[in-house]
Design a protein around this ligand. Structure first.
Ligand code: SF4
Ligand code: SF4
Length: 561
């Protein structure tokens, strides 16, 4: 069996020599001998290579090169793929291919003539043109051709529905596509795990190796190695997607450059980062929020319900808001989420029903927050981003930017008339979230609820330079050991979180009026630090923790009106 790392390999060799082949795929484990800075794709994929497999390894990127260093004890061939596709590069690559051809023939003891290779190459080029046509005419045929040529499974469904989501960036798995499809939309996979990796517009020429080299170097694939901008623009122009999802991989720098280009376009897009080690729940929120942003509200459901319930199941606390048909708040409550998000939500719901004396038949429940998927008694689920935007805009119709700082994540959204225009989330790192304050609270032994007030008593402006909670922790310990007061250190800690939030604010080009929400909004120290950095006065709602639940309840009520 041949294992290869990148579709810039000559598939016609494998077909002509009749050798089984497969592409390396991320697995469940991590390869501990690779440096932690090697991309998550390589760290998890390298484990899947078996000792008896023969590698055909392209020098796709530095992570691939470093992975190869560990794998070269296998029987392997290192294929140098030039970045350009001019005549010199084609000739260089043709020689590389010729070496690979000889290597494979010797390793697998196959005698196949160049005539046979030419025939296989011609067959491949014809099939790849058919694939290109079938992509618009008959997706079922496209799937069959793609699987025959690449021996990879087709990712995603074949029936177009909902909005068209163009998936760009690094190698994407079916998990990413599934998120889009579960939301009822259609994905066009233009990463190198999709059919574009095989499409190329060249005619066969007299020298088979040069001809294959041309086919590979002329690919239409918007791959990080090549001139992406031209390819991306032609893909976008051709398919006119409703939204774009840019799939990046942890510790892969290639695709972050595309973000700048996508920002200049009018097509809404979101960047997600995959680390292949945990579920893609955070990415789900980002993708769903983007889809909700472009979705027109469906037909009103002519609901008969009299109570509209929003439940926001956060990582730290669960919030409930009950509205009547006039949109008045009848009930709101907060409780700790604990280990079972469904259970805490159910408890709050039962309490609301008992207090207001209504039953399940008479209410409509919309769930939001990270635990929304567990709330099986909800009639609908929406992302917390959309619900926060709706809830805050209901309270402050002129709001343009919302900064929400929760226990485990923070988000900054730019809104217009209750709709999200742009957003950025920090859900991976404690810096810039309530979690950071919890860490500081335990180091300095100052109760969480007193930290903000205490920070305002600072006598000098210290600086915690690190944006990472782990390094900041050691900075705090070192400041403490130098004898600085708790108040001075607290001031510096609040400024460090505020800096992180201010960067997010700048990234989405935030504008006033700005509303601060989330559990941390009641912390005066943070509010003060943020106001200083942003130069704007922040509005804090009376109950800044329940705005997401309020938005969810309002989303339900909108369906009746
Ligand atoms: S992104 Fe490009 S270089 Fe990397 S594996 Fe895919 S095709 Fe190869
Ligand atoms: S994800 Fe990025 S760094 Fe990793 S192999 Fe692909 S291109 Fe290279």
């Amino acid at each position: 069996m041949i294992v290869y790392n990148c579709p810039l390999v000559p598939f016609e060799f494998f077909h002509a020599l009749k050798i089984p082949f497969r592409r390396i795929e991320p697995g469940s484990g991590e390869f501990q001998y690779l440096h932690p800075n090697v991309c998550a794709f390589c760290r998890t994929a390298v484990c899947s290579v078996k000792p008896d497999e023969v590698l055909v390894w392209t020098d796709s990127c530095d992570s691939m090169r470093r992975s190869y260093d560990f794998l070269k004890k296998n029987r392997s061939f290192y294929l140098h793929v030039p970045v350009k596709n001019d005549e010199i590069s084609v000739r260089f690559f043709a020689r590389e291919l010729q070496r690979l051809w000889e290597f494979l023939k010797t390793t697998f003891k196959r005698e196949v003539s160049l005539d046979q290779l030419e025939k296989t190459h011609q067959w491949f080029v014809d099939r790849s043109s058919e694939l290109q046509r079938a992509m618009t005419e008959d997706p079922y045929r496209a799937k069959a051709i793609f699987e025959e040529l690449s021996n990879q499974k087709w990712i995603g469904s074949l029936e177009k529905r909902g909005r068209l989501v163009l998936l760009l960036g690094s190698w994407a798995s079916d998990e990413v596509v599934k998120i889009v499809e579960e939301a009822g939309d259609f994905t066009l996979n233009a990463t190198c795990s999709g059919p574009y990796a095989l499409i190329s517009d060249v005619q066969t020429g007299p020298d088979v190796f040069e001809s294959i080299a041309r086919r590979i170097l002329n690919k239409r694939l918007p791959c990080g190695r090549f001139a992406r901008e031209r390819h991306l623009q032609s893909l976008i122009g051709r398919f006119r997607p409703d939204v774009i999802v840019l799939h990046t991989v942890k510790f892969c720098d290639f695709y972050h450059f595309d973000e700048g280009m996508l920002r200049k376009l009018t097509v809404p897009f979101v960047t997600i980062e995959n680390d292949f080690t945990n579920a893609l729940e955070q990415s789900r929120t980002r993708i769903e929020a983007l889809l909700e942003r472009v979705r027109e509200r469906g037909d009103r459901k002519n609901l008969r319900s009299s109570y509209f319930i929003g439940i926001d199941s956060g990582s730290t606390s669960t919030k409930i808001v009950v509205l009547n048909e006039r949109g008045e708040i009848l009930f709101e409550q907060i409780s700790r989420t604990g280990a079972d998000p469904r259970e805490s939500a159910k408890r709050l719901m039962d309490h609301a029903m008992k207090t207001l004396k209504f039953n399940e038949e008479n209410c409509f429940v919309v769930a939001t927050g990270y635990g929304r998927g567990t709330i099986d008694f909800a009639h609908e689920r929406m992302t917390e981003l959309t619900c926060h935007a709706v809830g805050v805009s209901h309270l402050y119709p002129d709001v343009r930017t919302i900064i929400d700082v929760g226990g485990q994540d923070s988000k900054v959204m730019r809104v217009e008339k209750g709709k999200i225009v742009d957003f950025v989330m920090n859900d991976k790192c404690a810096a810039g979230t309530g979690r950071f304050l919890e860490i500081v609270s335990s180091i300095l032994e100052v109760p969480l609820e007193k930290m903000g007030k205490e920070s305002l008593k600072a006598k000098q402006q210290l600086n915690i330079s690190s944006v990472c909670a782990v390094f900041a922790e050691s900075e705090i310990i070192s400041l403490r050991s130098k004898g600085y007061s708790r108040q001075d250190i607290l001031f510096a800690a609040h400024s460090a979180i505020a800096r992180r939030l201010a960067t997010m604010y700048e990234r989405i080009k935030g504008v006033p009026p700005v509303v601060l929400t989330g559990g941390v909004a009641l912390n005066e120290g943070l509010k003060n630090a943020l106001e200083r950095l942003l130069g704007v006065e922040l509005i804090v709602p009376k109950n800044p923790v329940t705005t997401g639940a309020l938005g969810a309840a309002l989303m339900g009520l909108q369906q009746k009106r």
